[in-house]
Design a protein around this ligand. Structure first.
Ligand SMILES: NC(=O)C1=CN([C@@H]2O[C@H](COP(=O)(O)OP(=O)(O)OC[C@H]3O[C@@H](n4cnc5c(N)ncnc54)[C@H](OP(=O)(O)O)[C@@H]3O)[C@@H](O)[C@H]2O)C=CC1
Ligand SMILES: O=C(O)C1=N[C@H](C(=O)O)C[C@H](O)C1
Length: 239
């Protein structure tokens, strides 16, 4: 496949290495460190899919440009979902394809699946409070992480005592605390904890490297071309 990499930071560079190892061609790299190359230089004849890992402030614009260029786009950037409905509308309008996941690791998507199941069970039995905690490296600009927000949404869907989330400790019983810590080079750790008067139950995912994100993003890029619509890891993995 011919891939366009948008963003050539920690993820973009790691994706390049694995993409080449899997026999793909890098048709172009768009990044501020490589001026003179832009998404509008490419179209669906030059590129089979774009993979976008940039920044919360640039992701929406990059996704929209790919869709206008007719390029199927796999986006991993977090912190831009307040614009997601506009991207969905452009997918419909253009007949294009957008794949989005707050976390491309297969393990995290299993964690999301179990998280929803556990939330429903814990609510059914009662007596437990719940919180989400995420820990990431100090270069991360958005908080809470996209993964923590997906986990929080999964809890809110199945644990109706909680009606909203807050990114700080809270005593309000209807608020789900989603706590963020930034430490050194931590790749990404997410913990959901249920606490009662007598015990605690934890569901934890700890990424040991970025390889899981890279593999998932490449699987998505290999799966997306030829499809029309908005997709995520549930469709890719059949979860
Ligand atoms: N969904 C998932 O599984 C994962 C998501 N992420 C998310 O992906 C994003 C990127 O992560 P990561 O690679 O670690 O971040 P980095 O900061 O290491 O890399 C981002 C790169 O994108 C560049 N960039 C900024 N703006 C643009 C633009 N408009 N067009 C093209 N490139 C641009 C940056 O350049 P400059 O430094 O000059 O600004 C930088 O080189 C983050 O939002 C992160 O949360 C990360 C890992 C997994
Ligand atoms: O910025 C990161 O590094 C990561 N971002 C994603 C998120 O916000 O959840 C995914 C992963 O945790 C790493």
């Amino acid at each position: 496949m011919k891939l366009l990499l948008i963003g050539y930071g920690k993820m973009g560079k790691a994706i390049e290495v694995q993409a080449v190892a899997r026999g793909h061609q890098i048709a172009g790299i768009v990044d501020p460190a490589r001026p003179g190359v832009s998404i509008t230089d490419f179209d669906s004849t030059a590129v089979d899919a774009a993979i976008e890992f940039t920044h919360p402030d640039s992701a929406f614009n990059n996704v929209m440009t790919c869709l206008r260029q007719g390029i199927p786009v796999v986006c991993g950037s977090t912190g831009w979902l307040h614009h997601f409905s506009e991207a969905q509308a452009l997918v419909q309008q253009t007949g294009g394809a957008l794949f989005y996941a707050s976390n491309y690791s297969v393990g995290v998507n299993l964690f999301f699946h179990f998280n929803e199941y556990i939330a429903a069970k814990m609510h059914q039995f009662g007596g437990y409070d719940v919180q989400v905690k995420e820990i990431h490296h100090t270069q991360k600009v958005d908080q809470p992480s996209g993964t923590a927000l997906t986990a929080a949404e999964g809890i809110l869907k199945h644990f109706p005592t909680k009606t909203t989330w807050r990114n700080e400790p809270t005593e309000a019983p209807q608020e789900l605390a989603v706590l963020s810590e930034r430490i050194g080079q931590v790749v990404g750790t997410h913990i959901v904890t249920y606490t009662s008067n007598v015990d605690a139950i934890e569901l934890k995912h700890e990424a040991h490297s970025r390889e899981g994100f890279v593999q998932g993003a490449l699987l998505a890029a290999e799966w997306l071309p030829g499809r029309q619509g908005v997709f995520g890891m549930k469709e890719l993995l059949g979860l």
